[in-house]
Design a protein around this ligand. Structure first.
Ligand code: ZN
Length: 276
């Protein structure tokens, strides 16, 4: 089985000291591709460096809504330069009304500019959204969006919005975090995702799975707090297959097709084949 992580943050400093152990573990688990999302200017060179080091890494560059207030005067040029070097994906970008002191007009301006860039280059965009689903839908309906589609990572929006969002080109990825008991509503929502729009993610080192599913316990060396290991992707596939009541191999084949359609076959296939 070939596994595809639609969203993680391998460049996160909490994983840095663990990488020598983490990457072989993901390989043994069957992870052939992972979309590694840089979320701010500081991240982007690190993401690019990882892509050069590890063939599994599909680099993605964007300004996350949590960090837009820190952007420099040159952020647009810096972002464009990274995408020139690795023209693979835009993200993580988005809208967030859950954090304290959010500045929505500011977030929207940065989001729309990045969606325009993704549209011009027809690159897949990875979108984060918390408590701003109505506004996101409006912006997607009226603003630019890449023809090939975009990912709504860890989709936690209402079930009724799946149809309208899918019509605009949305894919929806399921994180292991939704396996927690209290995430029943989000799990239920995933029973209604169109078959050709479903993806799976770890969001590592964030969105830790429940303890009983966490096959790769890992801690942040600095804080001593538990973090999510990218090789937990295997457990997320298994959990979702059980939840959707289908064999994991069938689910994996479907997710592979979806991943390749959205994130590009040319980037992915050659590297995926030898491990098949
Ligand atoms: Zn993320």
């Amino acid at each position: 089985m070939l596994l595809y992580d639609a969203h993680n943050h391998l460049q996160d400093e909490r994983l840095a000291l663990h990488l020598a152990e983490v990457m072989p573990a993901t390989e043994r688990g069957g992870v052939v591709r992972m979309v590694v999302n840089g979320s701010c200017e500081e991240d982007w060179p690190a993401v690019l460096a990882l892509a050069k080091l590890y063939p599994q890494v599909l680099p993605s560059f964007g300004y996350h809504p949590w960090y837009v207030k820190d952007r420099t005067q040159e952020w647009k040029q810096v972002l464009t330069r990274h995408l020139d070097q690795a023209p693979s994906a835009v993200g993580e970008i988005g809208l967030d009304r859950w954090i304290d002191d959010y500045d929505l007009p500011d977030q929207e301006e940065v989001f729309i500019w990045q969606m325009q860039l993704a549209t011009e280059r027809d690159l897949p965009a990875s979108i984060h959204c918390l408590k701003a689903w109505g506004r996101l839908l409006e912006l997607l309906q009226t603003g630019p969006k890449p023809r090939r589609g975009f990912l709504l990572h860890s989709y936690g929006g209402p079930q009724e919005m799946i149809g309208p969002l899918a019509k605009l080109g949305a894919y929806f990825s399921f994180p292991g975090y939704f396996a927690h008991e209290r995430k029943l509503r989000q799990r239920e929502t995933f029973r209604h995702i169109p078959l050709d729009r479903l993806l799976i993610e770890t969001d590592a080192p964030d969105q830790l799975l429940p303890d009983n599913l966490n096959a790769f316990p890992l801690t942040d060396p600095k804080s001593g707090k538990p973090i999510n290991h990218p090789a937990n992707l295997v457990a997320v596939y298994q959990f979702l297959a059980n939840w959707l009541n289908e064999p994991v191999a069938g689910l994996a084949a479907r997710v592979e097709e979806n991943f390749l359609r959205l994130f590009g076959e040319s980037n992915t296939k050659e590297r995926a084949k030898p491990t098949a």
